[in-house]
Design a protein around this ligand. Structure first.
Ligand code: NAP
Length: 331
C-alpha cells in the first residue's frame, strides 16, 4: 500500500512509519522541519514538508497514487491547565486538518484512518461501554467527535473506507507524558488524584502501549478495514494502580493522594476528569474482526518495558537521586 501519514514525527506517527515500512508498505510522512525529515527517513519513509492547516502544502505533499491516509497530527495542549484556545488549536489541527486532507482526494484513495480517543464515549454513569455506545464529548474531545462524524459522513458518499481507531491513554518510553510521570514520581511530585477512602472509588481507565496502538493501524490497513474500533489493552486499571506500579519499578517514593477539588486548581477540570472519571472499555471487536493482539496485554508488561527501556538508554536509572533529564527517542 502507498500510505500518507500526518503527524509522522509524533509518538504514534513515528511508530506507524517504522511498522508500515517494516511490513513493506511505501510510506510518505508529512514533516515540518529538517529534524522531522531526518526522523521519517531514518524510519524508512519519504519525508514531505507541509502543514495540515495549509491545503496547498498538502496538495504538494500527497501523491496521486496514495491509497491510504492516516491523520495522526495533533497539538494536544502541553500546559498543566490548558486554556480554551489551546483546545481550539488542537481542534483545528484535527478537524480542519482532516477536511483539508479529504479535499486533496488522491484518485487512488481507498482508506482514511483517524486515531480518536476512547474517552469520547465515556459513559456519564461510569459504566462499561463499547463501539455501539453514544458519544459524550467534552471540551477536550469535541473535535475528535466532530472528526469521527465528518469521516463517517464523507465515507458514506465518497468511495473510501473510513476507519476510526479510538485509542486508550497512550504510554511509551519516548512519550512526553510518560517521561514526565516518571520524572515527577522520582521527585515525589506526582500525586494520585481523588479516589476517596482507600481508593475505593478509583476510576478504571483504559490504557494502551503506543507500540500496540500502531500495530492496530497496521492491522486495519492490511485488512482494508472499515468502521470503528476500540484500541486498548486487555485490562482497564485505576490511575492509582498504574502510577503506584510505575513508582515501584522506578524505586521512587510511593505517590501520595490529593482530592480532586484541590487538583483542579493546578491542572484544571478537564485534566482532573480525565483521571477520575471511569472509562472502562473492551478490545473484543478489534481482536475478533482484525485479528489484532496487544504485545503488552496489561500495564504490568507495558510499564516493565518502559522502565527497562529508560534504564537501557540512560534516560532514567531507577535511582531516586537521578531523574529523567534528557529526551531520547527509542522505538
Ligand atoms: N496521547 C494519547 O494518550 C492519545 C490517546 C488516544 C489517541 N490519541 C491520538 O493519537 C494521535 C497522535 O497523538 P500523538 O500522541 O502521537 O501526538 P504527538 O506525539 O504530540 O505528535 C503530534 C504530531 O503532529 C504534528 N503536527 C502538529 N501540528 C501540525 C500541523 N499543523 N501540521 C502538520 N503536522 C502537525 C507534529 O509535528 P512536529 O513534530 O513538527 O511538531 C507531530 O508529528 C492524535 O490524533 C491523538 O489525539 C492520543
Amino acid at each position: 500500500m502507498k500510505v500518507f501519514i500526518t503527524g509522522a514525527t509524533g509518538v504514534l506517527g513515528r511508530r506507524l512509519v517504522a511498522q508500515l515500512t517494516t511490513h513493506g508498505h511505501e510510506v510518505v510522512g508529512l514533516v515540518r522541519d529538517d529534524a522531522g525529515a531526518d526522523l521519517v527517513e531514518q524510519n524508512g519513509a519519504i519525508a514531505r514538508y507541509g502543514d495540515v492547516l495549509d491545503p496547498e502544502t498538502l496538495r504538494q505533499a500527497i501523491d496521486d497514487d496514495t491509497e491510504v491516509i492516516v491523520h495522526a497530527a495533533t497539538v494536544i495542549p502541553r500546559s498543566p491547565k490548558p486554556s480554551k484556545d489551546e483546545w481550539a488549536q488542537n481542534g483545528r489541527v484535527r478537524k480542519t486538518g482532516m477536511q483539508n486532507l479529504l479535499e486533496t482526494a488522491p484518485s487512488e484513495l481507498k482508506q482514511v484512518l483517524f486515531p480518536s480517543v476512547v474517552w469520547v464515549a465515556r459513559q456519564p454513569d461510569g459504566s462499561w461501554f463499547d463501539e455501539t455506545a453514544d458519544r459524550y464529548p467534552d471540551r477536550a474531545t469535541q473535535s475528535a467527535a466532530e472528526v469521527e462524524r465528518l469521516l463517517q459522513s464523507r465515507a458514506a458518499v465518497d468511495d473510501f473506507e473510513a476507519v476510526i481507531l479510538r485509542c486508550g491513554f497512550f504510554y511509551a518510553a519516548d512519550a512526553r507524558d510518560t517521561r514526565l510521570w516518571g520524572e515527577k514520581l522520582l521527585e515525589g511530585e506526582l500525586p494520585i488524584v481523588g479516589g476517596g477512602l482507600l481508593g475505593q472509588q478509583d476510576a478504571k481507565l483504559s490504557f494502551v502501549h503506543v507500540d500496540d496502538a500502531a500495530s492496530a493501524f497496521v492491522a486495519a490497513i492490511e485488512a482494508n478495514a472499515n468502521g470503528l474500533y476500540h484500541v486498548v489493552d486487555d485490562e482497564p486499571v485505576s490511575g492509582a494502580a498504574f502510577f503506584e506500579r510505575l513508582a515501584e519499578l522506578l524505586d521512587a517514593p510511593e505517590p501520595r493522594r490529593i482530592p480532586g477539588w484541590l487538583a483542579r486548581l493546578f491542572i484544571g477540570k478537564v485534566n482532573v476528569n480525565g483521571f477520575t472519571s471511569p472509562m472502562p472499555t473492551t478490545n473484543e471487536k478489534i481482536k475478533t474482526e482484525l485479528d489484532w493482539q496487544p504485545a503488552y496485554p496489561s500495564f504490568e508488561e507495558g510499564l516493565k518495558q518502559v522502565v527497562e527501556s529508560w534504564q537501557t538508554n540512560g534516560t532514567v536509572t531507577g535511582s531516586r537521586e537521578e531523574s529523567i533529564t534528557e529526551t531520547k527517542i527509542s522505538i
